[in-house]
Ligand binder design. Sequence first.
Ligand code: SAH
Ligand code: SF4
Ligand code: F3S
Length: 441
Amino acid sequence: MGRKYFIKTFGCQMNFNDSERIRGILKTLGYEPTDDWKEADLILINTCTIREKPDQKVLSHLGEYRKIKEKNPKALIAVAGCLAQRAGWELVKKAPVIDIMFSSFNMHQLPELINQAQAGYKAVAILDEPPGDEDKVWEFPTERDNKYCAYVTVIKGCDKRCTYCVVPRTRGRERSRPLESIIDEVKRLVDDGVREIHLLGQNVTAWGKDLEKPLPFSELLYQVSKVAGVERIRFTTGHPRDLTDDIIDAMADIPQVCNALHLPVQSGSDRILALMDRGYTKEFYLGRIYRLREKVKDIALSTDIIVGFPTETEEDFGETLDVVRKVRYDQIFSFKFSPRPGTPAAEMDGQVPDEVKTERMARLLELQKGIMSEIARSYEGTVQEVLIEEAKDDGTFVGRTTTNRWVTVRGGGNILGKIVKVRITKASPFNLDGDLLEVVR
Ligand code: SAH
Ligand code: SF4
Ligand code: F3S
């Protein structure tokens, strides 16, 4: 009987893509996936440590998964990802059931680590620096659930030093993936039926600067768009400071680049932005937004906001609300500031009490709720192009607009994987309903 693995993923899209790569590695080793951890021979948790909550979730899951060893003493428990990188042996001491540990630096070493663990050793491979041979990881395939939309990681790490953030510690310095390696993967994905390519990086707009022959990110957009069969391109996450005019021009110029951008603002207060070391002011950020809106018609914008950064006053928070009112985001991801070990912001005076964070968060969400329903209503009666990703049991189909909105589509034939025109009949903040008009391609 074949060996089985169970994988649980926390965190961002990059971690999700790492898990797809890990699944690809496990497949080449002969492992099959299972949805039930109780029948697995290998349980792998790909962790996140961006805020305190995900840390706690990992420990509670480990507490549960350890029971596997009662039934199957040979079963292995592996921990990967950002918490593994940050906590290292400290985590193994807290949870001795861990057999294998590695991070996004050395996923390609997983086959050896499994061998070591099977031989009875603790296979903990947490490195201070990314190893020189980490590009080997791209030689492994990915295992994906979505047949039509695929993530492609193009740059690892982050060279920014936002004072609240653990990512530079957990993912290391910026390392761009070589252009040929990216294009090879895009070609393979398209051959496999993929129509939408989602380029990923913690700071994706910085891609190319560190290559032997430096290239701008806009060039990557052009190169990906030239691969036959690529119908749509998205990218995450852009940093406002690196969103240069040539990138905005490329977004406007390349038909496949979707009409959506996630551009984290974090705060609207110049004083807080400086304390965060974000490298821009409210005015600069809004300038980027106005330029985007001018060049890329009807672009849908989303953002991340941190509420209750140390010393944030009512007035500072008011500036954040002002940005939200001015930009009118399609979607906001808001987080209460969470002090992370080893980051400067965790040590700052003027930590904001939790009640204040909760209360500000509620006001932010209330404001956003109104904006979201107004934007949603503006879709009613319009015609949208939708890439159909899923067929439902009730005969409807589900897909996304170029502005990244989910649409439930009524109407016939097998349109799975097709880009279709849909007339929107009903709109709510998180979902649109519509009728199929025609298949475009
Ligand atoms: N590279 C991306 C963000 C990655 S982390 C960027 O620069 O925008 C995703 C989001 O988590 C961040 O945008 C921020 O809003 C939030 N975040 C990061 N550290 C945090 C912390 N210590 N407390 C609360 N939220 C945090
Ligand atoms: Fe963290 Fe800032 Fe880098 Fe984003 S840009 S990953 S928030 S340090
Ligand atoms: Fe979390 Fe690491 Fe992503 S800390 S948000 S999984 S980069």
